[in-house]
Design a protein around this ligand. Sequence first.
Ligand SMILES: Nc1ncnc2c1ncn2[C@@H]1O[C@H](COP(=O)(O)OP(=O)(O)OP(=O)(O)O)[C@@H](O)[C@H]1O
Length: 319
Amino acid sequence: MSAGTGEVAAFRNVSKSYGRVRAVDGLDLVLRPGETVALLGPNGAGKSSSLDLLLGLREPDDGTVELFGGAPRAAIEAGRVGAMLQSGGLMSDVKVRELVAFACAVHPRGHRPEEVLETAGITELADRKVDKLSGGQEQRVRFALAVAGANDLIVLDEPTTGMDVSVRQRFWAAMRAQADAGRTVLFATHYLEEADSVADRVLVLHRGRLIADGTSAEIKARAGARRISFDLHPEDGPVDEGLLRALPGVVGLDVTGRPDAVRTVRIRSADADADVAALYRAGLQPRGLEVTGLGLEQAFLTITGEQDAVETLETESAR
Ligand SMILES: Nc1ncnc2c1ncn2[C@@H]1O[C@H](COP(=O)(O)OP(=O)(O)OP(=O)(O)O)[C@@H](O)[C@H]1O
């Protein structure tokens, strides 16, 4: 299958355990050409394990993983995939230029080494020994190795760890150029602002399960991306919590204050515009009304926190 159509990667009901730890749990996922996809999740959520499965570095216990409609190994041997992983040291006692030239030479569709050094912004490091680099410089060399050939899919595991702000910006500019060239980019990250600004699709893993999949805006909306807060005064009538809860975008509701005093209402909303309009239509007189946005970070904490609450309930009811 070509990179221009169909599926770049597919997980079909994939599970992987290490002893009693279920690192990946029933993962179903398809990546399509040209997508830039961020993989988010708390520590131990299964991000690295999923990437290892995708690259054929580990075999699933259940389910199947495909790259370009076939076995991961075949796609990798055909030079369709570039990867930048956390693990594995770089060769020691070689110069950056030599290492990059080697990666270009062995890649079935290798670029020119000078071009790769330029893309990764490491031309000035070319004559340095690989084992004498700082952590951030080493990351840039790993990046060069990931783009040494014309790949259809680039897989990056926490690529910007150790990079300073300017290197990080340069890195993402280079990555965007890869995506603009029609390549699919999949990256695991702990930096939610990177996911927010770079990815056009965000996946959230939690205890090996995919708990959210959508654009950053959709994920924020699902978490109740905006907060509406206001006061209701007792002289304006009693507070009808049922009415508030039934507003069209309400995801969460919190009402504080004594029934006979000023009550403060905080709403987590997926559609603040509709909720505010509905408040007035219902004849309420909200005072000091404020609508604030929720960042992806808060959205992420909200949905992973909600998932924890659901799992606790499930565990308790199963007892
Ligand atoms: N080789 C292994 N042997 C045993 N357990 C493992 C192994 N690799 C991962 N695990 C466990 O599997 C779970 C998922 O780990 P994984 O590294 O995939 O998560 P992650 O989302 O990448 O985490 P982090 O954000 O901390 O890098 C964790 O509980 C981890 O301890």
